[in-house]
Design a protein around this ligand. Structure first.
Ligand code: MRU
Length: 343
């Protein structure tokens, strides 16, 4: 198949998602600055994949620090972490992974730089492997929401490309498909960056999952016709009350799903849940370059003088969510209590 990201010969290698589905090219990141740029420029994207990339970024940054003393090393490592944490603001997994790497240093107070470099690399590889296991568990727990013969609608890309492997929302669909369930997926194209058309559609074709690409504004049409049985999407950050930030357009889908009595599920690992944020209003929303809206590649679609807004995410209020599928089970209704119980 393909590797979203891997650690190879002390470098970080990732498939360049900006080029898919037309070219399968891998970008080799030689140092942490390359990793930071790859996250910022969307070579790699999707909350869990961003988290893994950040962990690898910290490890490769640590490897290159030339400081014999622990204090000097920690000071340089903080700079690496700061650079990586300033790449994209919404995905909780980015900050979660960096924090986990930093805590490792704190929890080994007598370790000197060479030992710290080894344990940081080991931890990054653990985060990578765990992510794949977590996604498979999300798939197992989520499978029952996909009934025999179901038409599933998904938005953006929450597949193997958005994670270390297997996927979250697509992982749920995939688990049901691999278990022999008959199903069909509506893939929202996901303007403006087209993660659905370029990435989810590509994954579905590769996996042999029956899928139909639609533009975002067609979802209501198919829902009204009774052709959508369930919606499953990923998340970039979930507040402690269950409000979930995901790719722009997710909120509109949830409202449409409510109108048509279609269950709307979010699939995400616990590393996406931000227990420090009370509700969705506290989730920072990334505003991206206007060119993503006005152009497709280098071709202009709109007049140069037009004003443009490009928020990359929106927040779906928890009351519109039938359940949040995590690696530890599905949380419903009282999300705060449910999260506390499973954490
Ligand atoms: O801007 P992106 O492509 O990083 O946004 C990705 C999404 O919104 C995904 O749905 C989300 O990260 C879940 S990925 C398992």
């Amino acid at each position: 198949m393909f590797n979203t990201i891997e650690w190879k010969d002390d470098r970080v290698v990732m498939i360049d998602q900006r080029l898919l589905p037309n070219e399968e090219k891998y970008k080799v990141c030689e140092d942490f600055l390359d990793v930071a740029e790859a996250i910022r420029e969307m070579v790699i994207r999707g909350a869990p994949a961003i988290g893994v990339a950040a962990a690898f970024g910290v490890a490769i940054g640590a490897k290159d620090i030339n400081e014999g003393e622990r204090d000097g090393f920690v000071c340089e490592l903080d700079k690496v972490c700061k650079t990586l944490s300033e790449t994209r603001p919404t995905a909780k997994n980015l900050f979660w992974a960096i924090e986990r790497m930093k805590n490792l240093v704190k929890n080994n107070p007598s370790a000197q730089p060479e030992e710290l470099k080894t344990i940081l690399k080991k931890e990054a590889l653990t985060i990578y492997r765990e992510d794949i296991e977590i996604n498979r568990a999300i798939g197992r727990h989520g499978m029952p929401v996909i009934k025999e013969g179901a038409n599933v609608l998904t938005h953006c890309n929450a597949g193997a490309l958005a994670t270390a492997g297997y996927g979250t929302a697509v992982g749920v669909i995939r688990a049901a498909f691999e278990a022999g369930r008959r199903l069909h997926v509506f893939v929202d194209e996901t303007r403006p960056f087209l993660q659905g058309a370029r990435l989810t559609a590509w994954e579905c074709v590769k996996l042999g999952i029956p899928a139909t690409l639609i533009t975002d504004n067609m979802a209501g049409y198919f829902m009204k016709k009774g052709m959508v049985d369930v919606v499953v999407v990923g998340a970039d950050r979930i507040a402690s009350n269950g409000d979930a930030a995901n790719k722009i357009g997710t909120y509109s889908l949830a409202v449409l799903a409510k109108e048509h009595n279609i269950p709307f599920y979010v699939a995400a690992p616990f590393s996406t849940i931000d227990m420090d944020i009370k509700d969705g209003d506290g989730i920072p929303i990334e505003e991206r370059d206007r060119k993503e809206v006005t152009h497709i590649k280098e071709i202009p679609l709109a007049p140069a003088g037009i004003m443009v807004k490009n928020p990359a995410f929106d927040v779906t209020p928890h009351r519109l969510i039938a359940g949040i599928i995590t690696e530890k089970g599905i949380v419903r209704d009282d999300f705060l209590e449910g999260f506390k119980r499973l954490i």
